[in-house]
Design a protein. Structure first.
Length: 178
């Protein structure tokens, strides 16, 4: 198992995908930021967690299956990626809902999923959220930014600071930025 291999696979899986920034950056830059947050901010050296961080969005984009990840990286990495993969509302669940109601349903599901994650998956999620909050400050304005930061506060309320005080505190600092 190699972190470089995980990053190479994530690069291929996210090929053609872009972040919201202007100018837009390739999506894999987010993956690398999450790995760097986990390693350097969170001080995590566990190779399986770092590989899972690199692969955390590959199943959501339908590029890979959990089975693929298990075959290449083992059951622990696959289990972490599975936990980190969002369960999106079904078409039936969102039928007749406004955009705001759909956003709230997705937000509530996300917070619920995070509260049920293993400690290691929650730490990876903190590294992911730190990257996303930093980007939100650059790309979201007004109501969208306020909503996103509120959701982030909910996440911090369900993930104990003791999971990883370095990542938790870094997110908390980002929440205080104007």
């Amino acid at each position: 198992m190699s972190l470089m291999t995980a990053i190479e696979i994530a690069t291929r899986a996210h090929s053609g995908m872009w972040r919201d920034e202007q100018p837009a950056l390739p999506y894999v830059t987010h993956v690398i930021e999450v790995v760097l947050n986990l390693r350097h901010v969170g001080q995590v050296t566990d190779l399986e967690m770092l590989c899972a961080a690199a692969l955390h969005d590959t199943v959501e984009t339908d590029s890979l299956s959990v089975g693929d990840i298990e075959k290449w990286f083992g059951s622990k990495v696959a289990a972490l990626v599975s936990e980190l993969t969002r369960d999106e509302p079904s078409a039936i669940e969102i039928a007749n809902l406004s955009k705001d109601e759909i956003w709230q349903l997705r937000a509530d599901k996300l917070v619920s999923e995070i509260s049920g994650m293993s400690a290691q998956a929650q730490v990876i999620k903190l590294a992911d959220r730190l990257a996303n909050v930093r980007e939100a400050h650059r790309t979201k304005k007004g109501k969208k930014l306020k909503r996103y930061l509120g959701q982030t506060k909910q996440i911090l309320s369900v993930v104990p600071r003791e999971r990883n005080k370095f990542l938790w505190d870094a997110i908390h600092r980002e929440l205080r930025k104007k």
